[in-house]
Design a protein around this ligand. Structure first.
Ligand SMILES: [Zn+2]
Length: 333
């Protein structure tokens, strides 16, 4: 969620059920890699910068992964879309490498995850992915228009064989081994429209398009106003977010789904999860998480696996992690 009221924090990351960590191992499953048939481009507006952005999607060969390229910068630097390149998670997910970065990647990453795209180059002439309508719908339509190509090369799917939990304050993500990808998400905001909203999503490309892709980002009017004062959300409007005040929803068209808020949180979660670098399978039970905890969770999975692959001590590496970062503060207007 983009407009979540984020407060400065300094907390300790807890990893539960640590006995399993020493025994975690990747369970390799296979699926076929995909890219797009043809290059496609589009124009949009960045949510935070309010600037016009030209974005193109380009096919890549098997085993390339997902890459961004800032074509507006000298030398047109590439940034691989992985959790270890995430540089900021306060209002959106930002990836960067050697001083260049791209922000608000999560809705595009979600569309790539949802449509099963493994290899693609995203060229962009600005520091921010366009927001379009605040959902992943336009990205899904672009991918469908470009054509999805089966590359006849298998891809590993990562999973663990043990339960794995991470928490931060009252937020929590728990992983349970499962052959399918399932996300059960609960939100609980201090607003009558968003009290204890829960939704379980079972992954398939059709389910993603039908149940998740059209859910828009959302925010409280007071937070949007505060962000604009701080120079953020300059492109924000009722055209690209659901905005709520004390009395209800300000968008005249209302909601696309009765529980659109929690569905959008699943959209964000799937996008952040895809920064693992390959499809991940399992049942994720998520309570109130946002980009920051999502990213810490992925890094714990990824770094733990890398440590284990290097025959190091996964448990020791994981338990030593702590949250020691300053998040963006939004003060009420
Ligand atoms: Zn979002």
């Amino acid at each position: 969620m983009l407009f979540e009221k984020v407060i400065v924090f300094l907390g300790i990351l807890k990893l539960w059920n640590d006995p399993c960590l020493t025994h975690c191992r990747g369970m390799g499953m296979r699926r076929v890699q995909k890219t797009i048939e043809n290059r496609i481009e589009c124009n949009g507006v960045g949510l935070h910068t309010g600037k016009e952005v030209l974005l193109s999607l380009n096919p890549l060969p098997p085993d390339s992964g997902i890459w961004f390229r800032r074509v507006d910068l000298p030398h047109k630097p590439y940034i691989k879309a992985t959790a270890n390149h995430v540089t900021q998670t306060s209002l959106c997910t930002v990836i960067g490498n050697n001083g260049s970065g791209v922000s608000t990647v999560e809705h595009l990453m979600s569309a790539l995850a949802g449509m099963g795209i493994h290899n693609i180059l995203v060229e962009i002439d600005a520091p921010e992915v366009p927001i379009f309508d605040g959902s992943a719908q336009h990205f899904v339509e672009l991918l469908q228009e470009a054509g999805i190509k089966n590359q006849k090369v298998s891809s590993e799917v990562f999973a663990l064989d043990k339960k794995f939990s991470i928490s931060q304050e009252d937020k929590k993500i728990t992983y349970y081994p499962n052959k399918e990808l399932i996300v059960s998400f609960t939100i609980d905001f201090d607003h009558p429209l968003m009290k204890e909203q829960e939704y379980t999503f079972r992954f398939s490309e059709d389910n993603f398009v039908d149940e998740i892709s059209r859910a828009r980002t959302f925010g409280f009017l007071r937070d949007v106003e505060a962000m604009k004062k701080c120079g953020y959300a300059r492109g924000g409007s009722l055209e690209n977010a659901v905005v709520i005040d004390e009395n209800g929803i300000l968008n005249p068209e209302g909601l696309r789904y009765p529980n659109e808020f929690v569905r959008h949180k699943i959209l964000d979660f799937l996008g952040d999860l895809y920064l693992y670098g390959m499809p991940v399978r399992g049942h994720f039970v998520v309570y109130k998480s946002g980009h920051t905890l999502n990213n810490l969770f992925i890094k714990a999975l990824k770094n733990g696996k890398e440590k284990k692959d290097a025959h190091s001590d996964f448990q020791e590496a994981s338990l030593s992690m702590s949250v020691n970062q300053r998040a963006f503060t939004i003060l009420p207007a």
